[in-house]
Design a protein around this ligand. Structure first.
Ligand SMILES: *Cc1c(COP(=O)(O)O)cnc(C)c1O
Length: 376
């Protein structure tokens, strides 16, 4: 059996090597490394895939979130609601911009923030919410969008983990995650579902003015070269990354399908183990399984991880500590409520299994048998 990895970037590369090598070679031949035709092409392909009017590529997912928040024109002290159970970037950028981060609890089944959590955290100073489509499944956006309308709030979707997932509204319309709020943000970090061979990210939106503002901020605050309308940043996706991402984008739905098949295998082989909870599927979202995350009894979790490690099976804890307990956020009293019991519980009980587009059945069988034998 091939050694098991959390993410097998090498196997995926070999699968598409000819096309990827040719795309990179073409950039080298044309030698337009910044804002070249490859970036434009990838941008257009992304716009078509996501069915959005504007895609603005940038340097990474964290920059995407930061630039999106900058484009809202908020004032220091304005409040931004984020889930406490997420990657640090979601909250970090708001803190960096002098905004007040307000962290809420999440749903114990989907790991996602809901309209209920958000509504309870709204104050007169709330200006924006950042739903995170964690582990590859959409937040239940319809009620969140209704709430944002009611309270006049911006929605920045953190779609770093769910690119390619579909959300279905009650009228039957289907929209890609990241295309429902004011701005969607994603990351092309190598291990993400659409991963570059280095850093990369993108913002997307449908509104003309927002698209222009995002593009301007990402480019030193200039619309015209050497004339700077606002203080911006330098955040670009380079042509080499764009070229290989364009190749991979053609196969993104295949990657998602392969992940879903691995997840279905896990679901079946791991069901019925007392104390073990497999990921819960939300009825109105597809799941692209950026992570396949189990919940196990807190007192067994670390022992299970060690047990798997000794059998050559890697696993990861996303995330071991609630954001408000990180030293970086301890002083900002950023919790929406005194207790966030679900976040506390999840940090102690989650464990993510190997998940990527090249999982082999033999590996899946071995992983599931090992987990079964642990719980015997
Ligand atoms: C990866 C990730 C980011 C940040 O993306 P980078 O490209 O690493 O900056 C932001 N939010 C979430 C939820 C992520 O998983």
């Amino acid at each position: 059996m091939k050694p098991i990895q959390m993410v097998d970037l090498q196997a995926q590369y070999h699968h598409y090597k000819n096309d990827i090598d040719a795309a990179i070679q073409e950039v080298l031949e044309t030698s337009t490394y910044i804002n070249g035709p490859a970036v434009k092409l990838f941008q257009e392909k992304m716009e078509a895939y996501l069915n959005v009017k504007h895609v603005i590529p940038c340097a990474n997912g964290t920059d995407a979130l930061q630039i999106a928040l900058m484009a809202l024109g908020l004032k220091p002290g304005d409040e931004v609601i984020v889930p406490a159970f997420t990657y640090v970037a979601t909250a970090e950028v708001a803190a960096l911009l002098g905004l007040k981060v307000v962290m809420t609890d999440v749903d114990p089944d989907t790991f996602n923030i809901t309209d209920k959590h958000i509504e309870a955290a709204i104050t007169p100073k709330t200006k924006a919410i950042v739903p995170v489509h964690l582990f590859g499944q959409s937040c239940d956006m319809e009620p969140i969008i209704a709430l944002a309308k009611k309270y006049n709030l911006f929605i920045i979707e953190d779609n770093a983990q769910a690119i390619g997932a579909d959300y279905t509204f009650s009228d039957g319309s289907v929209v890609k995650t990241g295309a429902m709020g004011n701005v969607g943000c994603t990351s092309f970090y190598p291990s993400k579902n659409l991963g570059a061979y280095g850093d990369g990210g993108a913002m997307y939106c449908n509104e003309e003015q927002m698209g222009a503002d995002l593009r301007m901020i990402a480019n030193h605050g200039q619309k015209r070269r050497y004339y700077h309308d606002t203080v911006g940043v330098n955040s670009r996706l380079d042509s080499v990354q764009a070229a290989l991402l364009e190749v991979k984008l053609r196969h993104l739905d295949e990657f998602s399908k392969a992940r879903q098949e691995a997840a279905a295998y896990y679901d079946k082989a791991l069901s019925g183990i007392a104390g073990l909870k497999v990921p819960v599927r939300q009825h109105n979202s597809t799941h692209v399984f950026h992570q396949y995350t189990l919940q196990v009894p807190a007192d067994k979790r670390n022992e299970l991880q060690e047990y798997l490690k000794n059998k050559g099976i890697p696993s990861m804890i996303y995330y071991p500590l609630p954001l408000y307990e990180q030293d970086a956020f301890k002083d900002c009293s950023s919790r929406a409520t005194v207790e966030l019991p679900v976040t506390e519980m999840l940090c102690k009980s989650v464990i993510s299994l190997p998940m990527h587009s090249e999982m082999e059945e033999e590996q899946l069988t071995y992983i599931c048998e090992s987990i079964r034998s642990f719980f015997k």
